[in-house]
Each structure stands twice: as C-alpha cells, then as structure tokens.
Design a protein around this ligand. Structure first.
Ligand code: NAP
Ligand code: MG
Length: 497
C-alpha cells in the first residue's frame, strides 16, 4: 500500500492538479468513473502516491464512445472548416508551451524522467507535434480522374475514419498522446484516449488544455484505466472505427485480434531491439557518446533504444570503455533534481523485470562491466548497465529489456553483422556510425528497420514517419504517412457527362 505524501509543488497548476482526485474527460465534462473506483498514480522516485485517478472500465468506455460517436456523426466538429481545426490545434500547442513547466513537472513526478528532459523533449515535442499537424488540416485533398468509360469522370474524397480508440504506453506519456491525438484531430476524427495505468496524469492535464483551447464536447475523451478492462473494451468496441496502439508486441497482437470483430483499422507501434553499429572509421568520441545516449536516454525505456551495440573488433575496447565511463558518471537522482541524468524506472514491476533479465543474463555467462543491479534504497532506480561476453542466442540479446541495459558485441565481417542485426522478430530502428558514406548507405539499405540513424541517434521530427518493420508494428506515425491512417478514400464516379 502506497504511503500518501503529496509532493509540495511550487507550481500553482501542479499543486492544484494534485490536490484532489483526478476525473476522466467524457463529452466535454470531467466525471468520476461509473463504478466510483479510483487507482493511485505513483511517484516512482519514492514509491509514494501522487493522487487518486478515476478508474475507467467498460461502462466508461461505452459512454466515451457514445460521446465521440455523437460528436462525429452529428456534432459541430464535422461541419467545422479545416482552417478552424488548424486554429484549434495551434491554440493547443500554445497552451502546451504556456504550461510547459507544469506539464514537465507532472510528467517527471508520474513517470520518473528528469524534469529537464521532460521540458526540453517531451513537452517541446508535444507542442511541435500539434503545430505540424495543425498545418495538415488544410492540406488533405483527393484526385480527379479521367475514366475510360465514356461520359464519366471520377474523383476521390479523403474523409476522416470516424471514432478512433488510442491506447498509449508509459514511457513518453504526454508525447505519445500528442503523436496520436494530433493527426487524428487534424483529419477530423473523434478520439477516446486511454493512457497507461502507470502514467495517466499528463494526458489528463493535456485534456484540461484541450478544453481550454475550445475543442467541441466529445471530440476528445480521455479515460484512464487498466489495459485488460478499459483498453480491451476500447479495442473491441463495435462503434469504434480505428484503434491506434503503442506498447508491447504481445499486447499489440491482442489488440489486433480484438479489433477484428468489426474490422477496425489498426495501427501498432511496438517493441524493438535495435542494433547500433559502430565502425572503426567513425568519429569514435561521437559514436561512444551516441551509443550511451541511444541506450540510457529515458532510462532505456524507449522502444527504439540502441540496446544491441555492435562495435568493429579493433575499436571494441575503446568504445565500450568509453561507454562504461559514461554509464558510471551519470547522475542517478529523482527526476525533479535539476542534476538528474538517470531517473527511476517507471514502476516496481518494471524494476523487477529489468533486474530479472540482467540476473538471467549473468547466469547465462554475460559480464556486467558496469551496473548490473538496482541502486537500492527507496524508488525504482536501476544502474546504467553494460553487458559483454554475450552470445547471439542469449535472452538479453534477443528480448526487449526496456531498461538502461545494453549488450555489446564485437564484429569483423560486414555481411555477418547485417545477418545478426536482422536476426530478430523486431525491426523498429537501427544506428550506424562511420565516416565512410558508401558503407553507411549500403548498410542502411540492408537493415530491416523502420528508421535508420546515420551518425546520430534518437532524432525525431514530426515530418519523419516512424514505425516498425516485422513485429515492431503496423503503419506509421507522424509525417505525411500518418494521414493515410486517419483518413479513408471515397471514389465518386459521375456519369451522364
Ligand atoms: P503494454 O502492456 O503493452 O501497455 C501499453 C498500453 O496497452 C497500456 O495503456 C496498457 O494499459 C494497454 N493494454 C494492456 N493490455 C491491454 C489489453 N489486453 N487490451 C488493450 N490495451 C491493453 O506495456 P507494459 O506492460 O506497460 O510494458 C511491458 C513491455 O512493453 C515493456 O517492458 C516494453 O518491453 C514494452 N513497451 C513498449 C513500448 C513502446 O513504445 N513500443 C512502450 C511501453 C512498453 P495498462 O498500462 O493500463 O495496463
Ligand atoms: Mg506513476
């Protein structure tokens, strides 16, 4: 049982937000759950309760879907001109920036990540996402066709899909909400968003800003709750036209099955086990710093984390030595400590999971050059960890650990490296570090991954599509590509011409 000890925030909005139980957003109203049940949002730096949150389940999802359905089928939303949607999305981005400190603090308290990162990456990225997608609202169009049947012509209309269920994870709670909401709203859809049980707070604060911006009632509904209840009800709901999910590959498969009842459109952004490849001709300083950032950013709780490091044999000791130094020197602290570089993992469960992977890896013969254990004391902190002496078939090399744990292996043959890098069910991302441009592009072509970073890592942009090959996902988020998933095409044929 968590201890109730409210953090004393200096930020007025945060203090007010944490002062009373948080409700869910349905049809433009903040309401308690139908069951009256609540659950605790936990601060992973201390294990203490932050605030109670309304626990949505099937009954609340039903209400939210009905509200979204009504807003889509007969509300003012459908009649709104595209530039009005642009203005609303832009207004929302401005409200996000105006409340950046409050959002970042909530994100840091609920997820554990450093406040400085939450402010610079999560909140800034959220605002940028709404801004980029604000532009898309006025750029959705169809085609006209000269047809071969005499006396006819054809054109296409690109229309919104309808009511979208969006289920998001706990690693980037606010940014994942933005990646999902922004394109859906730009295209004119209505949404039911279910945040992860571990991190419901920033999505709820964003919901307040959505109402402040002036989105009509029912266009955005936010229902916190558990995956097995609220998430399952949403992904199986017959009045929902599309489901978009980010999380584990395992749950992605469950979602896809649930969605098959009424053949919902499905997009999935799932796990990864990204190869990050360093050649000897790279700028080794930049590559080492990049390898550290690729795995330790966000405590390693990143689907595209560079969790398999491959270093050309003659540079292995130099790069891995530098990586270990970086790991040892990182400041581990609660996210609200301004010097924090590594915060706690999101939950006790995730700490146990990560620690279990490393223990089993060590038993199988891996060596932890640094880290390899929890920090101990209060909070869910785990030390940045570098594992060597790993074999390709070990669990730590094959499975997504989702923590600050990298496995490092030497290589000397390019073809064998490409084979190993691709020998995984995942295919989300990859990194390449080299000064040989020909080698870089050649390997980029061979790697089975939705994103390949060359001499950089974790670079995201709203204009870049993001998504997975193989079991890392279905469809793309962001970029022009995402608009395909939030619109559907109607062909209109005119005869008698
Ligand atoms: P998860 O179970 O896949 O959760 C992601 C989202 O799906 C959450 O909102 C979750 O709700 C919901 N969910 C769970 N079961 C569901 C169901 N049967 N039907 C509908 N929705 C459901 O991820 P997790 O348990 O938090 O983390 C486990 C592992 O997933 C991690 O260790 C990592 O390997 C991977 N992961 C990947 C990403 C990514 O970005 N690709 C993100 C997070 C986790 P609740 O949280 O409320 O249960
Ligand atoms: Mg939490």
């Amino acid at each position: 049982m968590a201890v109730v000890a409210k953090p004393q925030s200096k930020n007025k909005r945060v203090a007010e937000f944490l002062a009373s139980p948080r409700k869910m957003l349905i049809n433009g109203q903040w309401v308690a759950s139908a069951s009256g049940k609540t659950f605790a949002a936990i601060n992973p730096a201390t294990g203490e309760e932050l605030v109670q949150v309304a626990e949505g389940d099937k009954a609340d999802i039903d209400k939210a879907v009905a509200a979204a359905r009504k807003a889509f089928d007969s509300g003012p939303w459908r009649k709104m001109r595209p530039n009005e949607r642009t203005k609303l999305l832009w207004k929302l981005s401005e409200l996000v920036l105006a409340n950046a400190d409050a959002l970042a603090e909530i994100e840091s308290l609920d997820n554990g990540k450093p406040f400085t990162i939450a402010r610079a990456v999560d909140v800034a990225g959220t605002a940028e996402q709404f801004q980029y997608m604000a532009g898309w609202a006025t750029k959705i169009d169809g085609r006209t066709m000269t047809l071969s049947t005499p006396g006819t012509f054809g054109y296409t209309l690109r229309e919104p899909v309808g009511v979208c269920g969006q289920i998001i994870p706990w690693n980037f709670p606010l940014m994942m909400a933005a990646w999902k909401l922004a394109p859906a709203l730009a295209a004119g859809n209505c949404v039911i968003l279910k945040p992860a049980e571990q991190t419901p707070l920033s999505a709820l604060m964003l919901g307040e800003l959505i109402m402040e911006a002036g989105f009509p009632a029912g266009v955005v509904n936010i229902v916190p709750g558990y995956g097995e209840t609220a998430g399952a009800a949403l992904s199986g709901h017959k009045d929902v036209n599309k489901v978009a999910f980010t999380g584990s590959t395992e749950v992605g498969k469950i979602i896809m099955k649930a969605a098959s009842g009424n053949l919902k459109k499905v997009t999935l952004e799932l796990g990864g086990k990204a190869p990050n490849v360093v050649f000897s001709d790279a700028d080794l300083g930049a590559a080492t710093a990049g390898a550290a950032m690729a795995i330790f950013f966000n405590q390693g709780q990143v689907c595209c984390a560079g969790s398999r490091l491959y270093v050309e044999k003659k540079s292995f000791d130099t790069v891995v030595g530098g990586l270990c130094d970086a790991a040892k020197n990182m400041k581990i602290a609660p996210g609200m400590d301004p010097t924090c570089q590594i915060g706690p993992l999101v939950s006790d469960e995730q700490l146990t999971r990560v620690a279990g992977f490393v223990e089993r890896g060590k038993k199988a013969g891996a060596t932890a050059l640094v880290g390899g254990e929890p920090v101990g004391g209060g909070g869910y902190f785990y030390k940045p960890t570098v594992l060597t002496n790993v074999k390709h078939d070990m669990e730590v090399v094959r499975d997504e650990i989702f923590g600050p744990v990298v496995v490092a292996s030497p290589f000397d043959d390019l073809d064998e490296l490409a084979r190993q890098a691709n020998d995984t069910p995942y295919g989300l991302s990859a990194g390449i570090w080299t000064s040989d441009i020909k080698k870089a592009h050649s390997l980029a072509g061979k790697l089975q991954a939705g994103t390949v970073w060359i001499n950089c890592y974790n670079v995201f942009d709203p204009h870049l599509p993001f998504g997975g090959y193989k079991e890392s996902g279905l469809g793309r988020e962001m970029g022009p590509e995402v608009m395909e998933h939030y619109t559907q095409v109607k062909a209109v044929v005119v005869g008698g011409m």
